[in-house]
Ligand binder design. Structure first.
Ligand SMILES: [Ca+2]
Ligand SMILES: [Ca+2]
Ligand SMILES: [Ca+2]
Ligand SMILES: [Ca+2]
Length: 579
């Protein structure tokens, strides 16, 4: 019944001219031998909620914005069981491939131009009985129906029960993707316990508790959250879609025994009440806090009290054996990612729509980061990188000296930013309070007040000692709200000018140029890869060191060359776009 309704709706849409049909001959004549490799269109798909029980009905909706792409395509949609890989083609729930109008390959896929669609029903189907993570996939294929030009993905879970989690986890535990885990209040993993979370597992944080719902891996615990591209681990708000807010719950905190610059070697983590379970720091710079791989943290950042919030993902003095890669924090109330001391590294980070900073560090953090992107939308955001050495004493050691390579910052430009932190000095790269570090191959684009701001005496002295250097930075359209032009002097704060001009310290290859990104401001489906002729491939990038962590093949400025590594496991959809 539902399937028939859906097909009828699509056919009606076609009849109404929403889909402009073509024959294969018309399409072939029109393209005249042009290969269809990519489209300018934006597209996203979503379901009513993240987690279902077998037998419920699932409604998937979609939006397509063609952005002047009038080429002919075919459109295919399916549900994939990510445990088995099995595909069920929509709309008729068949194993045999069909287009979204129900035509099989033998019948011939219907060729159509892309219509403008806003929040319409794509399909209504019964939720499968197979437990675990599934994905609704919509593909725009070339007109022959062969090659996939663009895909939209939406992950959902099917579970047979819910597990309420509160208090302490003092013995090793596994959370499976056949259950939903609801965190109520602070949860501490302690006593040498290992918390293992299976790929494709949903964890939800309950709002309203004080102290907030938060998952803390203490110094005596470890986490193994080893998701995959097709089955990320999703930690999110327990609230219904459309009603979720930054700060609905706390977030994810990992505490370790690596060194930092607290005078006593340890301190209490931000956002929680001081106790043995909330302290971090020690003497082991290789400390293993665990593995986070393909993990999303959404709507986190609850306040313990004003000015003391939990970040999306916090590392408090984790060491070099900690693995952190393919991580997204979206809609955080405080920072997306924050490091307090320690030496842990991270790769493939996505920070979106977060109210304070996107990559924040202090207390002597010395880790490495490569392939990272920050995207701000309206009414969100403070700094791209906010780096302190130590707030109370800028000279303490070890020095906060991270190494960043291949980072893209896309800000909100001249729209006023509502920050929970300081409302002024909103630079993409904001280095202060005596911090050092190496900042390389960075695109800083459209940030509110400036591209680069290096401030405080002790930080500027780190320029002279080469404890703070920069190489390969593209600046464009930063500070429009402050009336700044696209000149080197105007793209940075006055105190930073001698540095970027080469008159003080070591800053090389700092250029002002339009990075020519493909679709950076289409918030629910952005594409940060460069367009043809973009300066990100020009010779101002620097080769990352061959140190066993950095990828030397990333020979461009910014987070992206031609491969979009955010595909499938992330979610950029703005809350208002799925309401
Ligand atoms: Ca913070
Ligand atoms: Ca911050
Ligand atoms: Ca900070
Ligand atoms: Ca801030």
């Amino acid at each position: 019944m539902a399937l028939a309704l859906m097909t009828a709706a699509l056919q009606a849409a076609g009849r109404q001219g929403r889909f402009a049909y073509l024959t294969a001959d018309e399409a072939r004549r029109e393209l005249a031998g042009i290969d269809q490799f990519e489209t300018t269109a934006a597209m996203w798909v979503w379901t009513d909620k993240y987690v279902y029980r077998p037998g419920e009905t699932l409604t998937a909706r979609w939006t397509i914005r063609p952005h002047n792409d009038f080429f002919p395509y075919t459109i295919v949609a399916y549900r994939q069981n990510n445990q088995t890989g099995e595909k069920t083609f929509l709309p008729q729930a068949t194993a045999e491939a069909t287009d979204i109008f129900g035509n099989t390959v033998a019948q011939g896929f219907q060729i159509t131009r892309l219509p403008s669609i806003e929040k319409e029903v794509l399909v209504q189907v019964p939720v499968p009985n197979e437990l675990g993570m599934h994905t609704i996939v919509v593909q725009v294929r070339d007109f022959t129906g062969t090659r996939v030009v663009k895909s939209a993905y939406f992950k959902f879970g099917v579970v047979d029960g819910e597990v309420s989690v509160s208090g302490n986890i003092d013995s090793s535990t596994t959370w499976t993707n056949t259950k939903l885990y609801r965190i109520r209040g602070p949860v501490f993993v302690r006593n040498n316990a290992v918390l293992t979370i299976e790929p494709g597992t949903f964890v939800i944080g309950e709002p309203g508790s004080q102290p907030p719902s938060v998952l803390v891996i203490t110094r005596s615990g470890r986490i193994i959250a080893n998701g995959t591209r097709s089955r990320p681990i999703i930690m999110t708000s327990s609230q219904p879609f459309g009603q979720r807010k930054p700060g609905d719950w706390g977030g994810l905190i990992l505490l370790g025994r690596a060194t930092n610059n607290w005078p006593t070697g340890e301190g209490p983590i931000e956002g929680l009440v001081d106790s043995p379970d909330t302290r971090y720091g020690g003497t082991d710079d290789t400390h293993d806090c665990g593995t986070l791989r393909y993990v999303r943290v959404e709507f986190a950042g609850a306040e313990l009290q004003p000015g003391s919030e939990v970040n999306g993902i916090t590392w408090g003095s984790c060491g070099t054996r900690t693995i952190s890669e393919y991580l997204q924090v979206t809609y955080g109330f405080d920072d997306a990612f924050e490091w307090f001391g320690g030496t842990n590294n991270a790769k493939y980070l996505v920070a979106t729509y977060t109210r304070d900073d996107y990559f924040d560090g202090q207390i002597g953090w010395r880790g490495k980061v490569q392939h990272a992107v920050a995207l701000v939308n309206a009414d969100n955001g403070n700094r791209g990188i906010e780096m302190d050495n130590n707030e109370t004493n800028h000279a303490l050691r070890p020095l906060s000296a991270p190494q960043f390579y291949n980072v893209t910052f896309v800000g909100v430009g001249d729209r006023f930013t509502q920050s929970v932190d300081e409302g002024t000095g909103v630079a993409a790269i904001f280095l202060r309070r005596g911090s050092g570090g190496r900042y390389n191959n960075i695109v800083a684009y459209n940030w509110v007040t400036a591209g680069i701001d290096v401030r405080d005496t002790r930080t500027l002295e780190n320029l002279d000692s080469r404890d703070l250097t920069m190489n390969g930075v593209i600046l464009w359209d930063n500070g429009k709200s402050a009336g700044r032009a696209n000149t080197l002097d105007d793209q940075v704060t006055p105190g930073t000018r001698p540095f970027v001009r080469g008159e003080r310290g070591e800053a090389r290859n700092i250029v002002v140029a339009d990075p020519m990104l493909r679709r950076p401001f289409e918030y629910s489906d952005p594409d940060f890869r460069p367009r043809l002729g973009s300066p990100v491939f020009r010779a101002n990038w620097v080769q990352p060191p061959d140190d066993g962590f950095f990828d030397q093949w990333a020979v461009w400025s910014g987070a992206f060359g031609d491969v979009n590594w955010t595909e499938e496991w992330t979610n950029f959809i703005q809350e208002e776009d799925l309401r």
